[in-house]
Design a protein around this ligand. Sequence first.
Ligand code: DMJ
Length: 646
Amino acid sequence: MNAPNRPDYVSIPFTEPQSGGYNNNKQWRRQSCWRKWKQLSRLQRSLVLFMLVLLFICGMASYPTVTKRLTGLAERELDAERNILLRPFKPYGLPEPFKQGQQPLPEQLSQRKLSNKRGPPILQNRLVKKGNLSNVVSEGNAAAIRKEGDEKMTCSWRGAMIDTDQATEGTRDGQNKEEPPGNQQVGGFNGSGTSRMEAVRDAFRHAWKGYKDYSWGHDELRPVSRSYSEWFGLGLTLIDALDTMWILGLKEEFEEAKQWVATELTFNKNVDVNLFESTIRILGGLLSSYHLSGDSLFLDKARDIGSRLMPAFNTPSKIPYSDVNIGKGTAHPPRWTSDSTVAEVTSIQLEFRELSRITQDPQYQAAVAEVMSQVHKLDGKLDGLVPMFINTNSGQFSHQGIYTLGARADSYYEYLLKQWIQGGRKEDQFLEDYLQAIEGVKKNLLQKSSPNGLVFVGELSHGQFSPKMDHLVCFLPGTLALGAHNGLPADHMDLAKELMQTCYQMYVQMETGLSPEIVHFNMHQGSTRDIEVKPADRHNLLRPETVESLFYLYRFTKDHKYQDWGWEILQSFNKYTKVSSGGYTSINNVRDPDYPSPRDKMESFFLGETLKYLYLLFSEDPDLISLDKYVFNTEAHPLPIWPSPE
Ligand code: DMJ
């Protein structure tokens, strides 16, 4: 109700600003400016005008976004710039400007129109299946490609910057064939195994070209900025890739890399390396290269790095530290803790055991066997499932209560089975722990998603189930299948097939056809989609686990669908992660086919594992690294299954 005598509106008195009152009246301000302008002399007015024009011209020239808008450059390039501002890497630090883009063929553009629809999982399995995998690109993407043809400077629809001059050059010399989108298939979707294998060789050559041109002898290629990054400073990618070259029959490349190992590789360096990573990639890579090639150079180097890693085991508990200085011979845990990661300390056994066997020096095997025997006896497991951390002083599990088959625990399970296989299936303790753990997975971590009932492995955190699954868990179908092949229960194979389908769906349901790092499954009734991805989990690091499992599943079942799935994945890598000047890049966003946003890094496991497993998946020859003669370490380096003593 209004107070008596008070009007039902509020009046704001008009006062001049000079009087100290607040005035928001635009008209008044305009009049005041105009009055001041008229008070200026002609010279003053000319000077002000001149300054304004000058400021405008300078602003235009120095603000590229505006310039580009006015000159009509692609909207996507602006997006790329926005991304530079948002992300810590420098993806476009290319030395030369980008050149004329390729004009896509009309049928490629129309194919893209089909691609933006994504149905529910399983039912969908990609809309256009056999015969036309290339259809998985969005309409928006096609528009971007159309623009590419028009613009001088282009941002690749793969999410990487394309210097098309380089691409043409590549075509001239028969390498680095920079095909327009959808044309990268060799042999088409139904192509023969041979042509698919050839496509993997092409992919490898392309990746290797980038590594050779921009990061030779360094750890990792940064393909977009055409530079490199160091982790240990030991030529990680080169060593990780050695046996892949051997298996793919890339002799010249292998010989050149071997030469580098012979003349340049030295472990006498004051550098801290991670025990697990350098064991699985370097020691594992050298051991398998030795076995495949028979060249003792690799054995010498393997023994050298193996010995230099041994100080890691000098701890109060004999559970190794995470880091070793291979030059100084000292070891230590990470700065913030005295814990090590369970998966790390239990996934170095295949390599050290093999080193002992071939050098006839038992110290390596003894050190890693001690770790296994301690972990075997520890309290704190849940139905055979292990926590993620172990203390190097006490030798006990720490930070207990979280159980996962993803990061920090994954390869513990893998190496239980594989040590049992490596040793000729005699060491029962490994088998028992493995079988118990798989039962633990079934009991505690296995669930089905809604609405389509995808079987997945979640996590348990202090008694609470979380429907979160890392892409890393996709090693499990392959491991389960390997166990079944070695006589373990047939239901392991059933579970392997179900999980394989789930891992495949983690790819096929993404707009780029590439899996994110982590997914969450919906479990409540009425969900409309099975898989959710959080913004922070949308990256893809070119990881191998799914194609690794596809390889095992195909070897043991001969069901061609696994090859077809792998073929789709290879083509998605080619579409969204291939960088024209050489190399493949990890990406930030698997949900954005228009701009997957390159992270500018090619992980060494892309050459060490992903491409190797793809090649083996497409091969029909069961003797090409026979699974009855070799066991792959967790970095895809094949080590011999020990022969039984006569
Ligand atoms: C590799 O280094 C190994 O496969 C490891 O077991 C897990 N992480 C990467 C690949 O994703």
